[in-house]
Design a protein around this ligand. Structure first.
Ligand SMILES: C[S@@+](CC[C@H](N)C(=O)[O-])C[C@H]1O[C@@H](n2cnc3c(N)ncnc32)[C@H](O)[C@@H]1O
Length: 346
């Protein structure tokens, strides 16, 4: 089979690593910015407009934003629809059809494949060796490493905002007894499907962090709170509920958007790029009616000083806080102290 691969990035290399190359004759790569005479993996790299002149059996689009290349291949280059396959769309069907023997386990049924390909994945979850779900967000293992190599062994762990469950499944792999927690329906989000395919024993509670204390009190050794606090209108309430659900001395690991370097992501803050310092000198959170950083579900985005205050005023002792590469998100760990400071006393 003669194929052409659109894309010359790491996804192209990853996909080719999964294909049955003995059956495949790789003719060329396609790249928007290809220079004359360019090569990749010893093959010619052509520009999209040259695709029409090629004779091939299949075109594999490897970029995450596959829709526009697909449209161009179809409409501008006249490539028939049935020859176009996208690595980020219906990945499992593609691997079943063109993949190496064993890249997908033999017991995976057609229904499993159809179910996996029916989801709009948010996370890249490790599902089979080298094969992940095709989502934009990946597990950041260093967030979990904060508790040390044996930190989850035998511990009760809650993953708030679990979504498809990558952190839950990884903590379980590291020996934790996991409860996943989210407002989303685990059937729709893909969590239940991954849980079944991975053979996970994690439990799932579908509810808001605002109701956490109605489910659990003094129960968990570790609570993960990744990517959630800036999606809340009442972040301090959430931190206090986490405090209540932890055992005394329990650990919260947190991660999320902060105002530092928000100008790299947000047009409103981009205009203030050279005037950021005053916004970072006092504890301060930027509140919008849900559009900060270009997404309706973002409400308060605190600076690092403010995030620290939210956490300590919810009854935690914080350790160091770090910025993620890019600087617009912070993470760290905090230990539950016995008491939450009073809000008001008469
Ligand atoms: C940006 S995602 C983070 C997913 C994952 N924890 C990560 O870090 O990759 C935010 C998650 O928080 C969940 N979420 C939003 N509001 C919530 C609430 N009030 N209670 C519990 N989960 C919530 C969303 O459904 C979503 O799954």
């Amino acid at each position: 089979m003669d194929i052409v691969v659109w894309g010359t990035g790491k996804d192209a290399v990853e996909m080719l690593g999964h294909l049955e190359l003995e059956d495949i004759n790789l003719l060329a790569f396609v790249d928007e910015n290809a220079q004359a005479g360019a090569t990749f993996l010893n093959r010619q790299v052509i520009r999209p407009e040259m695709l029409g002149g090629q004779n091939f059996d299949a075109l594999f689009i490897t970029s995450a934003r596959w829709e526009e290349p697909r449209r161009r291949a179809l409409e501008d280059c006249g490539v028939p629809e049935d020859k176009i396959h996208a690595y980020h769309h219906k990945r499992f069907g593609l691997l079943r059809r063109f993949g190496k023997k064993g890249v997908l386990p033999g017991h995976l049924t057609d229904d499993d494949i159809a179910a996996l390909d029916s989801k709009a994945w948010y996370h890249q979850v490790d599902l089979f060796p080298g094969v992940t779900t095709p989502g934009p967000a990946s597990l950041q293992g260093f967030l979990l490493d904060q508790v040390g190599p044996r930190g989850f062994e035998g511990k009760r762990v809650l993953d708030i905002g679990a979504w498809t469950g990558p952190y839950s499944f990884e903590v379980e792999r590291r020996g934790g007894v996991v409860t996943s927690y989210d407002i989303q329906d685990p059937e729709t989000s893909g969590y239940n499907l991954l849980r079944a395919l991975k053979g996970s024993n994690a439990e799932y509670v579908r509810d808001s962090v605002y109701n956490l204390s109605t489910h659990f009190r003094n129960h968990f050794d570790v609570i993960l709170f990744f990517g959630v606090f800036y999606h809340l209108k009442n972040p301090v309430w959430a931190f206090e509920n986490i405090h209540a659900a932890l055992k005394d001395g329990g650990i919260m690991l947190y991660e999320g958007a902060v105002l530092e370097y928000a100008y790299t992501l947000d047009p409103v803050w981009a205009a203030r790029k050279d005037r950021m310092q005053p916004y970072l000198e006092v504890p301060m959170a930027y509140y919008t009616t849900g559009d900060c950083l270009g997404h309706f579900s973002n409400w308060y985005v605190p600076n690092v000083l403010c995030l620290r205050e939210w956490i300590t005023s919810s009854g935690f002792e914080t350790k160091d806080m770090y910025l993620l590469p890019g600087g617009s998100r912070a993470y760290g760990s905090a230990r539950k102290l016995a008491d939450v400071p009073l809000e008001h006393s008469s």
